[in-house]
Design a protein around this ligand. Structure first.
Ligand SMILES: Nc1ncnc2c1ncn2[C@@H]1O[C@H](COP(=O)(O)OP(=O)(O)O)[C@@H](O)[C@H]1O
Ligand SMILES: [Mg+2]
Length: 219
Protein backbone atom coordinates (compact mmCIF):
# COMPACT_ATOMS: atom_id res chain seq x y z
CA UNK A 1 0.00 0.00 0.00
CA UNK A 2 1.41 3.33 -1.02
CA UNK A 3 -0.38 6.64 -0.83
CA UNK A 4 1.17 9.90 -1.95
CA UNK A 5 -0.53 13.15 -0.99
CA UNK A 6 0.34 16.20 -3.10
CA UNK A 7 -0.05 19.27 -0.93
CA UNK A 8 1.02 22.88 -1.28
CA UNK A 9 1.70 26.24 0.27
CA UNK A 10 -1.13 27.78 -1.78
CA UNK A 11 -3.42 27.55 -4.74
CA UNK A 12 -2.52 27.69 -8.46
CA UNK A 13 1.02 26.65 -7.61
CA UNK A 14 1.42 23.37 -9.47
CA UNK A 15 -0.22 20.52 -7.47
CA UNK A 16 -2.16 19.27 -10.47
CA UNK A 17 0.85 19.59 -12.76
CA UNK A 18 2.97 17.62 -10.28
CA UNK A 19 0.26 15.01 -9.61
CA UNK A 20 -0.21 14.37 -13.34
CA UNK A 21 3.54 14.13 -13.94
CA UNK A 22 3.96 11.72 -11.03
CA UNK A 23 1.07 9.54 -12.24
CA UNK A 24 2.55 9.35 -15.77
CA UNK A 25 5.99 8.48 -14.46
CA UNK A 26 4.68 5.75 -12.16
CA UNK A 27 2.70 4.26 -15.05
CA UNK A 28 5.81 4.39 -17.28
CA UNK A 29 7.56 2.32 -14.60
CA UNK A 30 4.76 -0.22 -14.86
CA UNK A 31 3.22 0.65 -11.48
CA UNK A 32 -0.54 0.42 -11.12
CA UNK A 33 -1.83 3.85 -10.11
CA UNK A 34 -5.08 5.31 -8.91
CA UNK A 35 -5.69 9.01 -8.42
CA UNK A 36 -8.08 11.16 -6.47
CA UNK A 37 -8.76 14.86 -6.40
CA UNK A 38 -11.76 14.26 -4.19
CA UNK A 39 -12.74 17.91 -3.76
CA UNK A 40 -12.75 20.19 -6.75
CA UNK A 41 -14.21 23.65 -7.01
CA UNK A 42 -14.62 25.95 -9.99
CA UNK A 43 -15.79 23.03 -12.13
CA UNK A 44 -18.47 23.16 -14.80
CA UNK A 45 -18.95 21.41 -18.11
CA UNK A 46 -17.74 24.37 -20.19
CA UNK A 47 -14.39 24.62 -18.40
CA UNK A 48 -13.91 20.89 -17.84
CA UNK A 49 -11.08 20.45 -20.37
CA UNK A 50 -8.75 22.66 -18.32
CA UNK A 51 -9.81 21.25 -14.94
CA UNK A 52 -7.93 19.21 -12.36
CA UNK A 53 -9.99 16.03 -12.93
CA UNK A 54 -9.39 16.33 -16.69
CA UNK A 55 -5.61 16.51 -16.13
CA UNK A 56 -5.67 13.52 -13.77
CA UNK A 57 -7.89 11.44 -16.08
CA UNK A 58 -5.50 12.13 -18.97
CA UNK A 59 -2.50 11.12 -16.86
CA UNK A 60 -4.27 7.90 -15.86
CA UNK A 61 -4.98 7.10 -19.51
CA UNK A 62 -8.75 7.37 -18.93
CA UNK A 63 -11.13 9.07 -21.34
CA UNK A 64 -11.17 12.79 -20.63
CA UNK A 65 -14.90 13.47 -20.52
CA UNK A 66 -17.07 15.48 -18.15
CA UNK A 67 -19.09 12.32 -17.38
CA UNK A 68 -15.89 10.69 -16.09
CA UNK A 69 -15.03 13.47 -13.62
CA UNK A 70 -16.51 11.39 -10.79
CA UNK A 71 -13.83 8.72 -11.29
CA UNK A 72 -11.33 11.03 -9.63
CA UNK A 73 -13.43 13.83 -8.12
CA UNK A 74 -16.36 12.68 -6.05
CA UNK A 75 -17.29 16.15 -4.77
CA UNK A 76 -17.48 18.83 -7.45
CA UNK A 77 -18.55 22.43 -6.96
CA UNK A 78 -19.15 25.21 -9.48
CA UNK A 79 -17.89 28.24 -7.58
CA UNK A 80 -14.14 28.87 -7.80
CA UNK A 81 -13.82 29.33 -4.04
CA UNK A 82 -12.28 27.39 -1.15
CA UNK A 83 -14.17 24.08 -0.87
CA UNK A 84 -16.18 24.99 2.24
CA UNK A 85 -17.41 28.21 0.62
CA UNK A 86 -17.99 26.59 -2.79
CA UNK A 87 -20.06 23.84 -1.13
CA UNK A 88 -22.03 26.40 0.88
CA UNK A 89 -23.01 28.20 -2.38
CA UNK A 90 -24.80 24.98 -3.33
CA UNK A 91 -26.42 24.54 0.07
CA UNK A 92 -24.00 21.76 1.02
CA UNK A 93 -21.29 21.11 3.56
CA UNK A 94 -18.30 18.85 3.17
CA UNK A 95 -18.60 15.72 5.28
CA UNK A 96 -15.06 15.35 6.61
CA UNK A 97 -15.55 11.75 7.76
CA UNK A 98 -16.91 10.76 4.33
CA UNK A 99 -13.96 12.46 2.65
CA UNK A 100 -11.48 10.52 4.79
CA UNK A 101 -13.35 7.24 4.32
CA UNK A 102 -13.50 7.74 0.57
CA UNK A 103 -9.69 8.00 0.49
CA UNK A 104 -9.23 5.03 2.82
CA UNK A 105 -11.66 2.94 0.74
CA UNK A 106 -9.93 3.80 -2.54
CA UNK A 107 -6.47 2.68 -1.36
CA UNK A 108 -5.45 -0.82 -2.50
CA UNK A 109 -2.55 -2.94 -1.30
CA UNK A 110 -1.14 -3.43 -4.79
CA UNK A 111 -1.57 0.10 -6.15
CA UNK A 112 -0.11 3.53 -5.63
CA UNK A 113 -2.80 6.05 -4.78
CA UNK A 114 -1.98 9.66 -5.67
CA UNK A 115 -4.20 12.18 -3.88
CA UNK A 116 -4.19 15.83 -4.88
CA UNK A 117 -5.19 18.03 -1.97
CA UNK A 118 -6.93 21.33 -2.41
CA UNK A 119 -5.46 24.82 -2.06
CA UNK A 120 -2.76 25.24 0.56
CA UNK A 121 -2.10 23.13 3.65
CA UNK A 122 -4.49 25.00 5.92
CA UNK A 123 -7.41 25.66 3.63
CA UNK A 124 -10.69 25.05 5.48
CA UNK A 125 -12.81 22.09 4.44
CA UNK A 126 -15.67 22.66 6.87
CA UNK A 127 -16.31 24.50 10.13
CA UNK A 128 -13.45 22.75 11.94
CA UNK A 129 -11.15 20.84 9.60
CA UNK A 130 -8.41 21.90 7.19
CA UNK A 131 -6.37 19.99 4.61
CA UNK A 132 -3.84 19.38 7.39
CA UNK A 133 -6.48 17.47 9.40
CA UNK A 134 -7.31 15.46 6.28
CA UNK A 135 -3.65 14.49 5.84
CA UNK A 136 -3.39 13.53 9.53
CA UNK A 137 -6.36 11.17 9.18
CA UNK A 138 -4.64 9.47 6.24
CA UNK A 139 -1.54 8.65 8.29
CA UNK A 140 -2.98 5.18 8.71
CA UNK A 141 -2.28 4.65 4.99
CA UNK A 142 1.43 5.21 5.74
CA UNK A 143 1.03 8.45 3.91
CA UNK A 144 3.91 10.02 2.06
CA UNK A 145 3.70 13.47 0.57
CA UNK A 146 5.14 16.05 -1.77
CA UNK A 147 5.08 19.72 -0.86
CA UNK A 148 4.64 21.76 -4.04
CA UNK A 149 5.64 25.40 -3.83
CA UNK A 150 6.21 28.24 -6.29
CA UNK A 151 9.23 30.40 -7.11
CA UNK A 152 7.44 33.77 -6.88
CA UNK A 153 8.68 36.57 -4.63
CA UNK A 154 7.68 35.56 -1.09
CA UNK A 155 7.69 31.82 -1.62
CA UNK A 156 10.53 31.06 0.74
CA UNK A 157 8.67 32.19 3.82
CA UNK A 158 5.43 30.51 2.62
CA UNK A 159 7.37 27.30 1.99
CA UNK A 160 9.22 27.21 5.31
CA UNK A 161 6.07 28.09 7.23
CA UNK A 162 4.14 25.27 5.57
CA UNK A 163 7.01 22.85 6.13
CA UNK A 164 7.26 23.83 9.79
CA UNK A 165 3.56 23.10 10.33
CA UNK A 166 3.93 19.74 8.57
CA UNK A 167 6.93 18.79 10.71
CA UNK A 168 5.22 19.80 13.95
CA UNK A 169 2.49 17.37 12.92
CA UNK A 170 4.89 14.56 12.08
CA UNK A 171 4.14 14.84 8.36
CA UNK A 172 7.64 15.14 6.93
CA UNK A 173 7.23 15.45 3.14
CA UNK A 174 9.33 13.15 0.96
CA UNK A 175 10.50 16.23 -0.95
CA UNK A 176 9.72 19.82 -1.82
CA UNK A 177 9.01 20.50 -5.51
CA UNK A 178 9.59 24.11 -6.56
CA UNK A 179 7.40 24.73 -9.59
CA UNK A 180 8.64 27.74 -11.52
CA UNK A 181 6.18 30.63 -11.22
CA UNK A 182 5.44 32.82 -14.23
CA UNK A 183 6.71 35.87 -12.39
CA UNK A 184 9.88 34.82 -10.61
CA UNK A 185 12.37 37.44 -9.45
CA UNK A 186 15.49 35.24 -9.59
CA UNK A 187 16.55 32.13 -11.51
CA UNK A 188 14.72 29.02 -10.30
CA UNK A 189 17.92 27.35 -9.04
CA UNK A 190 18.62 30.24 -6.69
CA UNK A 191 15.25 29.83 -4.97
CA UNK A 192 15.69 26.05 -4.90
CA UNK A 193 19.14 26.37 -3.29
CA UNK A 194 17.86 28.68 -0.58
CA UNK A 195 14.84 26.52 0.22
CA UNK A 196 17.05 23.41 0.32
CA UNK A 197 19.51 25.08 2.71
CA UNK A 198 16.80 26.04 5.20
CA UNK A 199 14.56 22.99 4.76
CA UNK A 200 17.37 20.41 4.88
CA UNK A 201 15.26 18.20 2.68
CA UNK A 202 15.29 16.97 -0.94
CA UNK A 203 14.25 20.03 -2.97
CA UNK A 204 13.54 19.54 -6.65
CA UNK A 205 13.49 22.22 -9.34
CA UNK A 206 10.52 22.00 -11.70
CA UNK A 207 11.06 24.48 -14.57
CA UNK A 208 8.10 25.52 -16.75
CA UNK A 209 6.97 22.39 -18.60
CA UNK A 210 9.80 20.47 -16.96
CA UNK A 211 9.75 16.75 -16.20
CA UNK A 212 12.10 16.02 -13.30
CA UNK A 213 12.01 12.44 -12.01
CA UNK A 214 9.38 12.44 -9.25
CA UNK A 215 8.44 8.75 -9.35
CA UNK A 216 12.06 7.92 -8.47
CA UNK A 217 11.45 9.50 -5.04
CA UNK A 218 8.94 6.79 -4.22
CA UNK A 219 10.06 3.59 -5.98
N1 LIG B 1 6.10 23.78 -13.82
C1 LIG B 1 5.06 24.12 -14.59
N2 LIG B 1 5.19 24.16 -15.93
C2 LIG B 1 4.17 24.54 -16.72
N3 LIG B 1 2.95 24.88 -16.25
C3 LIG B 1 2.77 24.85 -14.93
C4 LIG B 1 3.80 24.46 -14.03
N4 LIG B 1 3.31 24.53 -12.77
C5 LIG B 1 2.05 24.94 -12.88
N5 LIG B 1 1.71 25.12 -14.17
C6 LIG B 1 0.43 25.60 -14.71
O1 LIG B 1 -0.05 26.65 -13.85
C7 LIG B 1 -1.43 26.52 -13.61
C8 LIG B 1 -1.67 26.25 -12.12
O2 LIG B 1 -1.04 25.00 -11.79
P1 LIG B 1 -1.87 23.81 -11.11
O3 LIG B 1 -1.03 22.58 -11.22
O4 LIG B 1 -3.23 23.73 -11.69
O5 LIG B 1 -1.92 24.36 -9.63
P2 LIG B 1 -2.72 23.83 -8.33
O6 LIG B 1 -3.16 22.44 -8.63
O7 LIG B 1 -1.74 23.93 -7.22
O8 LIG B 1 -3.85 24.79 -8.15
C9 LIG B 1 -1.92 25.38 -14.50
O9 LIG B 1 -2.34 25.91 -15.72
C10 LIG B 1 -0.65 24.54 -14.69
O10 LIG B 1 -0.67 23.77 -15.86
MG1 LIG C 1 -5.03 21.60 -8.74
Amino acid sequence: MSTIFVTSSGTDIGKTYVSALLIRQLREKGKPVRALKPLVSGLDEASFAGSDPAALLAALGETVAYENAGLVSRWRYKAALSPDMAAAREGQTIDFVELVNHCLDTARDDETLVIEGVGGLMVPLDERHTVLDWMLELKRLQLRSLLVVGSYLGTISHTLTTLDVMRRNDLEPRAIVVSESLSAPVPLEETVETIRRFAKLDTIALPRNGEPDLAGLFV
